[in-house]
Design a protein around this ligand. Structure first.
Ligand code: ATP
Ligand code: MG
Length: 777
């Protein structure tokens, strides 16, 4: 253990070695907070603390898995496997399953994903005959979600005239009723949504002192990563569980609080000292992740925020290259620049695709990037779009499996009752829904008793409903004796799903069948993994729970060699050698929706801080002067955040294409004397722009558009120096990254010419000479 502790710096060692008592570690990005948390768990175990008594809450399940792996390396995997680690949702879903009867839920309750919740809310809005343009389902769900996360139950809502008034003011006087119906329907279906997992946990711990005592006793040591982004509901759970032993260690960075829009409360971190007695506060200052240029650029950004804790972040790492700023005329050109740069960097420095990340403010921005990467044949992966488990064919089959586990699950039932087509029409489903609401039963229960209820259905339809019930029950019987793999295979065939997909001979249809095969593979892996866990429960229900809470980040094994594309929100806690932050434009980043208040703008700035601090070696900021948004071409100005960075950390680079000649200035400030002041923000030189690069005039938001095309050569030409030269076998060459080496062989001609070089450090590498920037010595 000592060996591992000595790998930490002194400031990092202190919180690791403090075994008991409440403590908070507040520190900037990349300073080793997550590493300290990991080490602390290993240390506790080395001090005799039982893994059963340790709970660690992380931002993603992937982070938890990685932590566990590292701990297992130190203390042994047998010891580590009993640790409770995961996201709030996954940990408390597990607890709720074993205590669900107290809350009146079955232990096999379904977890509704956002799709299910939105569908159910739409149905309720329709049943209540409300205008769905006013009661927009997603918005309504957002509102309900924020109530739940603030622990405002339906009852509390109706006791609070202020909230009702607020909703009435926003033209939704019946929101409370929608909320009540939604809660009721979820309950009837034996289902909880994501927010329920936290809300119900709070309810459980509040209403049942013995249950609280049990888990307080169990989780004697609690650790929370990314504490700055906990919401009120999560805060209360942690507070309650840690109340008895007060062995609580939270880590976070107020400068990285980016989920206020989803109810995260930065006060949780700011008030921690008040919540516990004798809190020890630790600060870490040394950043190990990034170069000096990146760390300092990020510091200079966050400095602009007024609301913040004073923190120092420095690094002993190299200066590294400056943060590169790139302007393009269109978003298409921006994509081409990013893809081209990745291609060149890979060639020049022999990098893998997964050393690059492209981060954006909104998911819609990924398209231009995807197009460009595809044209260059660069493999990529988009995170945070539709997850694998939400793809139609996958969700269809999962919904059958959900019904096997919990036949009351209405969203699952409605999805598959007539898919594949079996002649059960919409009117029938409507009648069933009305009857279910009337009898306060689930649709499945109504179907089971269809003979006794007069729904005016013809006998053919009744038979079809009974057949469906019989089919699901037959699956349940199989589930009692067979594993999840066998059952899924059986379900896919027996329901006709596979045949349905096979009928569709298109490439998409074939891809869907392949996806089902991937799912089957996943189930197999899951069953294998389960065998290693003590006391694992029925594989199918556990698998479904994993699936319900999986984000596609969780499925990432890390071996995949692809460029990562994701929103900045999702990138929290991650790191990549090369990071492109794209779409650095006003109204996009900062988002147009955040410009009303200082606190919203500060949250955007923290988001930018998160983005920049993901980079280890090189960060790029790119912006386009025009972009397709909402279906039309809109002009845009560079983001104020670029200007806010200390100029000495930036380098402006540009590539020219024919498009730049076509660009027309959209506004000429000299003509319009009376211009909106905010538009003048950039009329001083952009910090750090070396004027001579662009000509003699100072660069401004206005005249930046009037610039003459640059005469500089494209980088690919600049980089080409030796590919047409007389490099021969035996030459000793110098490479900017690999150092000295000897040319072993040459192949190809012209721009395809490659050399095999044996470097003194790093061994033999094959490099494309066009990009290799070799010097013969
Ligand atoms: P974030 O705020 O982004 O979540 P963090 O504070 O959690 O960052 P870590 O992810 O724990 O930081 O650490 C950042 C990087 O620095 C990791 O690659 C980690 O392995 C490395 N690191 C941390 N501490 C040390 C150390 N003492 N020596 C060497 N490397 C370290
Ligand atoms: Mg971290």
């Amino acid at each position: 253990m000592q060996r591992y502790i000595s790998q930490l710096n002194e400031a990092q060692q202190l919180p690791v070695l403090q075994k008991d008592g409440p403590m908070i570690i507040i520190a900037g990005a990349g300073s080793g907070k997550t590493r300290v948390l990991t080490m602390r768990i290993a240390y506790l175990m080395s001090q005799g603390v039982d893994a059963f008594n340790i709970l660690a809450l992380t931002f993603t399940n992937k982070a938890a898995r990685e932590m566990k792996k590292r701990i297992a390396d130190i203390v042994g995997s047998n010891e580590a496997k009993n640790l409770w680690m995961g996201t709030f949702h996954s940990v408390f879903a597990r607890i709720l399953r074993s205590e669900s009867d107290k809350l009146g839920f079955p232990s096999n309750f379904t977890i509704y994903d956002t799709q299910d919740s939105v569908r159910l809310i739409s149905a309720i809005i329709k049943e209540m005959q409300l205008d769905k343009e006013v009661y927009k389902p997603k918005q309504v769900l957002g509102r309900i979600s924020s109530y739940k996360n603030s622990l405002i139950t339906v009852k509390a809502y109706f006791n609070n005239p202020e909230l009702q008034e607020q909703d009435a003011m926003s033209k939704k006087p019946r929101l409370g009723e929608v909320y009540a119906n939604y809660v009721d329907r979820c309950f009837k279906a034996g289902a909880m949504d994501f927010d329920d997992l936290l809300l119900k946990t709070n309810e459980l711990l509040n209403r049942f002192p013995d249950v609280l005592a049990k888990y307080q006793d169990r989780f004697r040591y609690i650790m929370v990563d990314e504490y700055q982004d906990t919401n009120h509901s999560q805060y209360l759970i942690v507070r309650a569980l840690s109340d008895r032993f007060q062995n609580i260690c939270v880590v976070g960075d107020d400068a990285q609080s980016i989920y206020a829009f989803r109810g995260a409360n930065i006060n949780n971190i700011l008030n921690f000292q008040k919540d516990y007695d004798h809190v020890k506060t630790y600060r870490l200052e040394q950043n190990y992740r990034s170069t000096k240029n990146i760390v300092e650029a990020a510091n200079s950004i966050i400095d602009k925020n007024k609301t913040k804790l004073d923190k120092v972040v420095w690094t002993a790492n190299d200066f590294g290259p400056k943060v590169k700023v790139h302007r393009s005329i269109t978003d298409g050109e921006e994509g081409r620049f990013v893809a081209g740069e990745i291609f060149e960097q890979k060639m020049r420095n022999q990098l893998r695709n997964n050393q690059f990340a492209i981060l954006y403010r909104t998911n819609a921005q990924s398209r231009a990037m995807e197009d460009a990467l595809r044209k260059r044949d660069i493999p990529y992966r988009i995170y945070g779009g539709l997850s694998f488990y939400q793809r139609k064919e996958i969700k269809d089959i999962l919904c059958y499996l959900r019904l096997v586990i919990n036949p009351k699950d209405e969203e699952a039932l409605i999805r598959v009752i007539n898919y594949p087509h079996r002649g059960i029409g919409e009117t029938t489903v409507e009648k069933l829904t009305i009857a279910a609401n009337h009898y306060k039963r689930s649709i499945f229960e109504v179907m089971e008793h269809i003979e006794k209820i007069d729904l005016k259905l013809n006998s053919g339809t009744k038979q079809k409903l009974q057949d469906f019930v019989t089919m699901i029950k037959s699956f349940q019987i199989i589930n009692e004796t067979q594993d999840a793999y066998y059952l899924t295979d059986h379900v896919a065939k027996k329901t006709g799903l596979i045949q349905e997909l096979k009928k569709d001979g298109t490439p998409e249809g074939i891809a869907r069948i392949e996806n089902i095969e991937v799912l089957m593979g996943g189930i197999k892996d899951f069953i294998e993994g389960q065998k290693e866990i003590d006391g694992a429960r029925g594989a199918l229900s556990e698998f479904l729970e994993d699936v319900a809470l999986a984000t596609d980040l969780d499925n990432d094994t890390g071996d995949d060699d692809r460029v990562a594309l994701m929103t900045i929100h999702l990138a929290k806690g991650l790191e990549f050698p090369y990071v492109f932050v794209v779409g650095m434009e006003e109204d996009l980043f900062p988002s147009a929706m955040s410009l009303n208040t200082r606190s919203e703008l500060e949250e955007e700035r923290r988001l930018f801080y998160v983005a920049l601090t993901r980079a280890e070696h090189q960060a790029y900021l790119t912006y386009a002067q025009s972009r397709y948004r909402w279906g039309k071409l809109t002009d845009s100005e560079p983001s104020r955040f670029i200007e806010e960075i200390e100029s000495s950390y930036l380098e402006y680079i540009n590539v020219g294409g024919p498009e730049r000649y076509q660009y027309k200035p959209m506004m000429d400030i000299d003509i319009f004397g009376d211009v909106d002041k905010s538009k003048l923000r950039l009329s001083k030189p952009i910090a750090g722009t070396p004027p001579k690069k662009y000509g003699d005039e100072p660069i401004s938001a206005v005249n930046i558009r009037k610039l003459k095309p640059m005469s500089s050569k494209a980088p690919s030409q600049e980089a080409s120096n030796l590919f047409d030269s007389k490099l021969t076998v035996g030459n000793i060459v110098m490479h900017e990254r690999f150092g000295k080496g000897e040319v072993m062989s040459l192949e190809g001609v012209g721009s395809d010419k490659k050399a095999e070089i044996r470097f003194e450090v790093g061994g033999i590498k094959k490099l494309l000479l066009k990009f290799a920037k070799l010097q013969v010595i």
